[in-house]
Ligand binder design. Sequence first.
Ligand code: FES
Ligand code: FES
Length: 161
Amino acid sequence: MTAVTIELNGVKIADDVEPRQSLGDFLRDRCGLTATHLGCEHGACGACTVVLDGKATRSCLSLAVMCDGRAVQTLEGLRTDAMMERLRRHFHESHALQCGFCTPGMLIMARDILRRHSRPDAATVRHELSGQICRCTGYANIVKAIVAAGQETAQVAASEE
Ligand code: FES
Ligand code: FES
């Protein structure tokens, strides 16, 4: 076992982990943070996406030991995040989910896209989402929701200037 200290959703935690345990398994099995979904477990679907040191990262491809001294955020830690609140509302209003399995990863990636692109158009969102797989929706409403959240974000930013 290897000792790690991780800032998890803003709280420093210390634990002993198996060197081969993935971050996704650590979050779900050890920390009880089950909003992070594991689909393919080999980097292909994006369901397991979390935020690692500010960047969207696949938690099935990262080992928990690699996160020693680093900051991890999961969907649970973004409940009060303004951008995430906006995205959740637009996903709801645009019917951007069906079974919901991909949704946590989609939301984390959507937030990452909106942090890197101001007011992205549908083509940009589609390109950026190309690593996230949804088996249900056909993507149209997911893209619509993210574009709408980006427009609202830009309007809020303009009104605060
Ligand atoms: S579970 Fe990590 S990319 Fe599919
Ligand atoms: S809503 Fe079912 S996989 Fe995306």
